[in-house]
Design a protein around this ligand. Structure first.
Ligand code: NDP
Ligand code: MG
Length: 387
């Protein structure tokens, strides 16, 4: 029996993780479930998983959480505060930690799990984007293991698995992108929040859905791939594949390409990581090739979606550029969702703000968090004067 903690248990990835875990009650037990403010959903998650601990990030909601757990007649221990989430990420009782918090809010807990030598099933791409080399070194130094939940990186992981050290040296990564809801829309100046929060193929949280619409998500994934697989950015390509059936590919020295295919359902990649090196069945309907009428590919349009190009630029610039781009994007998306800026303002703000990133690479987790905090303050100030 392996013990699992789910950070971000109330979100899209967290909920899918609970679905998969509930198919294998003989293999897994749940130590902790966490959320930021959704008390009722957190208490439901505790009930579904019979979790030992439930942590709510917003410390003011401690009493409410205790009531919600009591109302469900659970013995689950209530905890509160961001520090308590980070503590759970490193608790010796959990062997596996699922990192499914959204945004840079997940950085501290990802580092805590890495330092505690956990098997870390990481969906929170922002912590790889911001932690970069420092995070990968921390994982190595503490004997932790990172298994990528992000479907593209999970695909690359699978395509690289059988490669020898020599084969790996010359690999190229080809990340696939659905192209998002506006792949064919020429005028993006009138995009509404409603339109930007509906993805054609995947059902996900709001922030990542907007990132998919701007192609920032693919940009963050290029940065994520750079660190996860130690692949320089000039050996990472992106191709638009609107059907989202090929999840990503690896090309070797001889030009041969290995691809991983599957239904666009995150339960598959979560099950892969939970079971590794065994394969677990997530209960997702397998692909039916008789109903697939073609797999198509296009070049991404970085004129309409410059965020993808900014990610490559941030990698080339180094220093704190990736942390800056990530933070600026998060604040811009938040403002877009609140109706304060337009969809087309998101890349414009990123382009301007990226230039103010420090050229010194972070040397510690504190440096990463400080750079993220500063970037957020600067961006919010800029946006306040912008509108
Ligand atoms: P959701 O918005 O659906 O869920 C986010 C989770 O994080 C919720 O449990 C939320 O709690 C919690 N949370 C939010 N803010 C904080 C905070 N400040 N401190 C602690 N916890 C917080 O996101 P997704 O599940 O869509 O995405 C999660 C991560 O996985 C993201 O990094 C995303 O990029 C990545 N990912 C997601 C995919 C998907 O299919 N959804 C695919 C690939 C990667 P509460 O409910 O209380 O707000
Ligand atoms: Mg992805």
């Amino acid at each position: 029996m392996k013990k699992v903690s789910i950070l971000g248990a109330t979100g899209s990835i967290g909920t899918s993780t609970i679905d998969v875990l509930n198919r294998y009650p003989e293999k897994f037990a749940v130590r902790a479930v966490t959320a930021y403010s959704n008390v009722q959903k957190l208490a439901d998650a505790a009930k579904k998983t019979n979790a030992e601990v439930a942590v709510i990030g917003d410390a003011k909601l401690f009493g409410e959480l205790q009531e919600a757990l009591n109302a469900r007649q659970l013995k689950t221990i209530a905890k509160a505060g961001e520090k308590a989430i980070v503590e759970e990420a490193a608790d010796p009782d959990a062997e596996i930690v699922v990192g499914a918090i959204v945004g840079a809010a997940g950085i501290a807990s990802t580092f805590a799990s890495a330092k505690a030598g956990k098997r870390l099933l990481l969906a929170n791409k922002e912590s790889v984007v911001c932690g970069g080399r420092l995070l990968m070194d921390t994982i190595k130094a503490h004997g932790a293991q990172l298994l990528p939940v992000d479907s593209e990186h999970n695909a690359v992981f699978q395509c690289l698995e059988s490669a020898s050290e020599k084969m790996r040296q010359s690999h190229r990564i080809i990340l696939t992108a659905s192209g998002g809801p506006f792949r064919k829309r020429m005028d993006l100046s009138t995009v509404t929040v409603e339109e930007a929060t509906h993805h054609p193929n995947w059902s996900m949280g709001k922030k990542i859905t907007v990132d998919s619409a701007t192609l920032m998500n693919k940009g963050l994934e290029v940065i994520e791939a750079r660190w996860l697989f130690d692949t320089p950015e000039d050996r990472i390509d992106v191709v638009v594949h609107p059907q989202s059936i090929i999840h990503s590919m690896v090309q070797y020295e001889d030009g041969v390409v290995l691809a991983q295919l599957g239904a666009p359902d995150m339960r598959n990649t979560i099950a892969y990581c939970l079971g590794y090196p065994e394969r677990l069945n997530a209960g997702v309907k397998p692909l039916d090739f008789s109903s697939i009428h073609g797999l198509t590919f296009e070049k991404p349009d970085t004129k309409r979606f410059p965020q993808l190009a900014y990610a490559y630029e941030a990698l080339r610039r180094g220093g704190c550029s990736c942390i800056m781009l990530n933070a600026v994007n998060e604040i811009a998306v938040e403002n877009f969702l609140k109706g304060k800026i337009r969809f087309i303002d998101i890349p414009k703000i990123c382009e301007v703000m990226m230039l103010s990133a420090s050229e010194h690479a972070p040397k510690s987790l504190e440096d990463v968090l400080e750079a993220d905090k500063e970037a957020r303050i600067l961006t919010q100030e800029y946006i306040s004067g912008y509108t």
